[in-house]
Design a protein around this ligand. Structure first.
Ligand SMILES: Cc1cc2nc3c(=O)[nH]c(=O)nc-3n(C[C@H](O)[C@H](O)[C@H](O)COP(=O)(O)OP(=O)(O)OC[C@H]3O[C@@H](n4cnc5c(N)ncnc54)[C@H](O)[C@@H]3O)c2cc1C
Length: 483
């Protein structure tokens, strides 16, 4: 019987456990244990019901385009529970000089693909619009080195595009800054498009046409979620795993190699395993692997994380009818606010709030703002309510509020991340039976985490000799789209 440990019971670790469970059910002679520090499994996936509203403390949905979370939901019997975002009402605003300006139609991420709506939009100055026109004639350019998203976007469209779109969009997804995040890791398709076509606009339009021709059936929603919230995914996966394999309230303090085994130490107990999947944030993984490889630990420790806070506020029907239509707004750093973004949940996923309720979900924190975690709930609420007053004129008393703090939860793929991943792979190759999963490596969204967990499971199963040595193909990077 082969024994496999999974450290971390977030969605990455649970996806790994589910993949192992399937192998076990098919007769593989293995057992596994999921070690989780908290009393509950699921990591940042947490859903609460308050006053008839469904509140997501962490992620509220995932990109439909990335299939791995949807596939997992279907496999565990949640196919009929999948819901799409209310895209006919999709509209996102950017705060520009204190006013909300809608992102014009035809902007894909930050690349204009329709002329008229962008030309008519007050989101950009005349000089940025001219840059967009010139961009159409950019010649192909093969980058010799990685660079930040800000550098690339600035080269194509100028600094205003970085400030008004690239930065707020990346804050929404990563809590990160365009000037720090790697193009190759975060927007690999952009790097390829630039190398092949030069102009991102022309390349995006060509890709869009191809996709439209290939697309069959009705358009898919941009975001997918679950009827009862993201917690439903956690609960369904956990219900498929034997209770004896789940060790909640158990923090792993150390890992070390002993002969062909791995010794996992948690509290006063140590246990031997044939393989270990570390599915914690990379910073924790760094501490755990240090005894086995200081070089691997230092590469992992170099992957930075940011913190964020989600603030949910429930209001009555009167507020609901006074709010702008659409999914919500993003706040550029240059606006000098604490808030990074706000979602109008009752519009994005209408059944998450009864018709007589408005539900707002605001984000604060992000890169360089870890100090917000020190604020008291009262200070956080005061700040958010004051900024909502300034931005959308909302002064009403909320019916309820919920605040969730996520310390060091969002990985930042800095410039050089891809090269770092290669060095990590090289070090891992010397540590047989050790695999990594989680949002620190090849995708931060829930689907990528699901994929990282199941691929890690396949790797260790192969290494302990329970399956052919055929590793799944190397992971591709998939950029994140709009939040
Ligand atoms: C506020 C917020 C909003 C987000 N919104 C979206 C969204 O809308 N869509 C989307 O696709 N993605 C979103 N994300 C990103 C996505 O949710 C995460 O990247 C993903 O869920 C991370 O899963 P994970 O299992 O890798 O990590 P985590 O959920 O962080 O789980 C890691 C687990 O490891 C445990 N652990 C840590 N150290 C130890 C130890 N020593 N021993 C045992 N256990 C340990 C932790 O307690 C934790 O449970 C969001 C993230 C946040 C924080």
């Amino acid at each position: 019987m082969k024994r496999i440990a999974i450290v971390g019971g977030g969605i990455s670790g649970l996806a790994a456990a589910f993949a192992l469970e399937k192998q076990r059910a098919q007769g593989a002679a293995l057992e596994y244990a999921v070690f989780e520090s908290n009393s509950r499994l699921g990591g940042v996936l947490v859903t609460e019901q308050v006053d008839g509203c469904l509140i997501e403390a962490g992620p509220d949905s995932f990109l439909t385009e990335k299939p791995w979370a949807t596939d997992l939901c279907r496999e565990i019997g949640l196919g009929d529970q999948l819901i799409g975002s209310n895209d006919p009402d999709r509209k996102t605003y950017i705060l520009v000089k204190g006013k909300l300006v809608v992102i014009p139609d035809g902007l894909m991420f930050m690349v204009p693909t329709k002329i008229l709506p962008v030309v008519l939009s007050p989101l950009f100055s005349m000089s940025t619009k001219l840059r967009m026109a010139q961009e159409w004639f950019h010649p192909p350019r093969k980058a010799e080195r990685d660079e930040s998203v800000a550098e690339m976007v600035e080269r194509h469209y100028g600094t205003e595009m970085v400030d008004r779109l690239a930065d707020p969009l990346l804050s929404g997804v990563y809590g990160g800054e365009a000037s720090q995040l790697s193009v190759r890791a975060v927007l690999p398709r952009f790097a390829e498009m630039e190398a092949k076509h030069g102009s991102l606009g022309r390349a995006m339009l060509a890709a869009h046409k191809k996709m439209a021709q290939a697309a069959k059936g009705p358009a898919k929603p941009l975001f997918t979620s679950l009827r009862d919230g993201m917690q439903q995914l956690v609960d369904a996966v956990v219900s498929r795993l034997p209770a004896s394999s789940l060790r909640a309230d158990t923090t792993v303090q150390g890992l070390h190699r002993q002969g062909d085994s791995w010794v996992v130490s948690a509290g006063y107990a140590s246990d031997q395993f044939d393989a270990v999947i570390v599915a914690t944030p990379a910073q924790v993984a760094a501490q755990l692997v240090h005894a086995s490889s200081a070089e691997l630990a230092s590469e992992l420790a170099a992957i930075q994380y940011t913190s964020s806070i989600t603030v949910n506020l429930g209001y009555d029907q009167q507020v609901r009818s006074s709010l702008p239509p659409g999914f919500g707004f993003l706040v550029p750093r240059s606006e000098g606010k604490r808030m990074l973004a706000a979602t109008f949940v009752h519009n994005k996923f209408p059944h998450r709030a009864p018709l007589d309720r408005a539900l707002l979900r605001c984000f604060i924190g992000g890169a360089g703002n870890d100090q917000v975690l020190q604020l008291s709930d009262e200070e956080i609420l005061r700040t958010v309510r004051e900024e909502l007053r300034q931005i959308i004129g909302l002064t009403a008393e909320p019916l309820f509020t919920r605040i969730y703090r996520w310390e060091g939860a969002m990985a930042q793929y800095g410039v050089g991340h891809i090269e770092r991943l290669q060095r990590i792979e090289d070090r891992l190759a010397q540590l047989s039976g050790l695999a990594l999963a989680g949002n620190g490596y090849r995708g931060i969204g829930v689907p990528d985490c699901v994929r990282s967990g199941s691929e890690a499971a396949h790797r260790v199963v192969a290494v302990v000799g329970l399956a052919g040595q055929n590793f799944p193909p190397a992971l591709e990077l998939h950029e994140q789209l709009l939040p």
